[in-house]
Design a protein around this ligand. Structure first.
Ligand SMILES: Nc1ncnc2c1ncn2[C@@H]1O[C@H](COP(=O)(O)OP(=O)(O)OP(=O)(O)O)[C@@H](O)[C@H]1O
Length: 274
């Protein structure tokens, strides 16, 4: 079995990741107001995301991960603080982000291609230009030949690939992913991780991904952000010093094992964080 070479993040990689932050989260908190009263879901948190970075967020259930992602997408207002993308404060849904949820949420009555083209229609973007882009993404995600199939004719992994194409078709700078592979079987999930790494490399997108899987987090991330229980806050952030492209063999690497163990310790003692 080929052993991946381990080294600290290379020079080119360092340059790619060391630019001015693309996303700035500054003192952002969230308290939901419901009929039963206030639900503090996220304590004020601050962090930056670099252009081209792959940031993975892990944390116990209910700590506010999805809330954070929805605020990043402009789908949910912040209670305090600001989220900015390239200096512009996010106040509403915007074109800089594409989102993939745990469920593919494809429209059953639309073909794969017409599902992928939905954001182009909604935004009234030039169809021909984006059709070409859709076909490129279909090729990149291995869906060629399935353009005219309907979602129910696809496996779960293929549906999620179609959802990924749909999130990227309008060429957003940022890809937000909320437990995108949580519903897939273990082997498909691993394959999707390898494919996602390749697609991110080929497209250069900045990715923020939420997962409950620590190995998935370490495999995919440049940086893993660990959150504490609700109301969530940042418990720790770890750089992942593993060379890319990573193969699944990297999971046997001592650096990988040590990092997953370190992160897992945060969740010891009945889900309580350190
Ligand atoms: N619309 C809402 N109204 C009131 N409370 C909410 C609402 N949405 C989420 N919450 C609460 O906010 C907290 C954070 O929810 P969120 O979905 O962001 O957590 P999460 O970390 O993504 O959880 P999981 O890992 O289980 O998906 C939870 O306690 C949840 O019950």
């Amino acid at each position: 079995m080929a052993q991946p070479q381990l080294k600290l993040v290379g020079e080119a990689e360092t340059q790619r990741l060391s630019g001015a932050p693309l996303i700035r989260i500054d003192g952002v908190s969230k308290t939901y107001r419901s009929r039963d009263g206030e639900v503090p879901s996220l304590h004020p948190i601050s962090f930056d995301v670099r252009p081209g970075e792959f940031l993975v967020v892990v944390g116990p259930s209910g700590c506010g991960k999805s809330t954070l992602l929805k605020m990043l997408a402009g789908l949910l207002p912040v209670t305090s603080g600001t989220i900015s993308i390239e200096g512009d404060v996010v106040t509403e849904p915007h074109d800089d982000t594409g989102i993939v949820f745990q469920s593919p949420t494809l429209l059953a009555w639309r073909s794969v291609l017409r599902n992928i083209m939905l954001p182009v229609e909604i935004r009234r973007l030039p169809r021909e230009r984006y059709l070409e882009r859709a076909h490129k993404l279909i090729g990149m995600t291995g869906l060629t030949g399935f353009e005219n199939k309907y979602p129910w004719q696809l496996s779960g992994g293929m549906q999620q690939r179609a959802a990924l194409c749909r999130a990227l078709v309008h060429d957003p700078k940022i890809l937000l992913m909320d437990e995108p592979f949580g519903a897939l079987d273990a082997m498909t999930r691993e394959r999707m991780n390898v494919e996602l790494q390749r697609i991110q490399f080929e497209t250069g997108k900045t990715v923020i991904l939420i997962t409950h899987s620590i190995p998935e987090a370490v495999f995919l991330a440049d940086r893993v952000m660990v959150m504490s229980e609700r109301p969530g806050t940042i418990a720790a952030t770890y750089e992942v010093p593993l060379e890319r492209p990573r193969t699944l063999d990297v999971m046997g690497d001592p650096v990988f094992i040590q990092l997953t163990q370190t992160i897992r310790k945060h969740f010891a003692a009945q889900g309580h964080l350190d």
